[in-house]
Write a protein that binds this ligand. Sequence first.
Ligand SMILES: [Zn+2]
Length: 321
Amino acid sequence: MLSGFNYLHNHSTMKRRLLLALAFTFALASISHAADKLKILIIDGQNNHNWKVTTPVLQNIFDSSGAFAVSVSTAPPKDAPKEEWSAWHPKFSDYSVVVSNYNGADWPEAVQKDFETYVKSGGGFVSVHAANNSFPKWKAYNDMIGVGGWGGRNETSGPWLYVKEGKLFRDPVAGGGGAHGAQHEFVVEIQNSEHPITKGLPKAWMHAKDELYSKLRGPAENVEILTASKSDLTSEMEPNMMVLNYGKGRVFHTTLGHADYSMLDRGFYLTTQRGAEWAATGDVKACAAVPADFPTADKVSIVTLEGYPQTPTPKPKPVDK
Ligand SMILES: [Zn+2]
């Protein structure tokens, strides 16, 4: 009896020690794993879109890849007092890549200068959807994003950029910058399948309901178009994913992502993960695997995220008679 008890006692102690050792090993492994992750900073706080709903989706996009350690910096609201703005000064240089989900008031000059220095000296930048509506007068920002829309943009902002006969085309025609028709699902077509962001993806896939940004204008220098979609509005192949260089920095610009339901799309997930990894490192390794549920040319692939989408998907506009 006694020896049996001892045996059991020793056995359970050993088991506990083993479990402790295992837990310790896992803790160490997760610490070193966290250190390997790319630090990514999402900027929000103002947008003519519902950033409070879309930022958590962006967080999930980066988190779920396993490649990033995600932080968010929320800028002061519209018409915030000066003191609030002076207290907002993200330390961009702490991050490998900065993602903008921001479209609003000009950042304080000191923040603008820091951001320029950050990208110029090799920092990564990702511009999502209406982030390209922001800052029409900030020259360096427009050089980074290449093209943008609205905010008074027109031919003086630069040419209208699209794909013509399979090649990047800068159209100097006069007119406003930025337009889109009613939201709909549309086919995204790869223009360069050799780039790390698009490598291994189907040539064309169906994207979830979104705005098809058209007539984007800007300096359009140091830009390469990775994907484009035929616009229902202009009948041109309008760019929706672009890569740019600004100094030593890399920029990934996606015009997709109007609402949470537009982002909850496997194609948007993967290309945004890859775009951010490329902007941070110049290559795509951690996010290279193409998931089995990647969309096809005629079928959208919706990502499931608990509690989402929060925004009701708009019905098609009734056709005028
Ligand atoms: Zn939009």
